[in-house]
Design a protein around this ligand. Structure first.
Ligand SMILES: [Ca+2]
Ligand SMILES: [Ca+2]
Length: 226
């Protein structure tokens, strides 16, 4: 007797990467986790998306499980009572970008990593791929926008049968957040290298252990403008 291979096919929507199909949707790292019931432990496996956000889980266990899918720097999305293997594609909806440190929360710790790499490009000093949330090989305002849009949220985000969020977690913090670049000196000669300070300020209430109005600071070098 020849055993038949089994698999599970799911789909996610990636944030900030334009519409699919796209090269920027392809090969995005995902972790699938079978969430534990009482007396069991979680089981995880790694996979990657194709250019349409589809992913395959080869040789999954059989049964009915609560499943979560987490992107490399997104919040996780969860579906309850999913039959595995499945005859149809199971939709896990939008994966929210902004979790740079992988703790399934979007907090000031993630902002600190973004600030440290802000303005860098791939293979340059200061580059940190964990905060390239939109996958364009540069760390900039688009990444800041993605992070700030989901700031204060945590996973897993429970999604309904068609992949739409059935539970929207209220952000732990609400208000506005500012980011700006400040040169170390106001007058810069052509082609001169200058230190830039990246500042992020949450001015509505305490963030972590910082007081109202405190800033996250880091700096890196950038070329002068032509
Ligand atoms: Ca985080
Ligand atoms: Ca980017």
């Amino acid at each position: 007797m020849i055993a038949q291979a089994s698999w599970f096919t799911g789909r996610v929507e990636l944030e900030g990467r334009g519409s699919a199909p796209s090269r920027r949707w392809s090969s995005y790292p995902l972790t699938i986790t079978v969430l534990p019931e009482a007396g069991s432990v979680a089981q995880s496996t790694a996979t990657r998306t194709d250019g349409k956000g589809l992913f395959v889980w080869l040789s999954p266990p059989s049964g009915t499980f609560n499943l979560s899918v987490k992107g490399a720097h997104t919040l996780s999305s969860m579906r309850e009572r999913v039959s595995v293997p499945a005859d149809t594609i199971v939709d896990f909806g939008l994966l929210r970008e902004g979790d740079a440190d992988g703790d399934d929360q979007i907090t000031d710790a993630d902002f600190t990593l973004l600030a440290a790499a802000y303005g860098s490009q791939r293979d340059q000093p200061g580059w940190d791929g964990r905060v390239d949330f939109n996958g364009d090989d540069a760390i900039g305002a688009a990444d800041f926008s993605l992070l700030s849009a989901s700031y204060g949220m945590s996973g897993p985000v429970l999604v309904g049968p068609k992949g739409s969020p059935s539970v929207t977690r209220r952000p732990a913090l609400a208000g506005t957040m500012e980011l700006w670049l400040e040169p170390a000196r106001r007058l810069i000669d052509q082609d001169e290298m200058v230190d830039l300070f990246v500042q992020i300020r949450a001015d509505w209430q305490a963030v972590g252990r910082r007081r109202r109005g405190d800033c996250v600071r880091s700096h890196h070098s950038a070329g002068g403008r032509r």
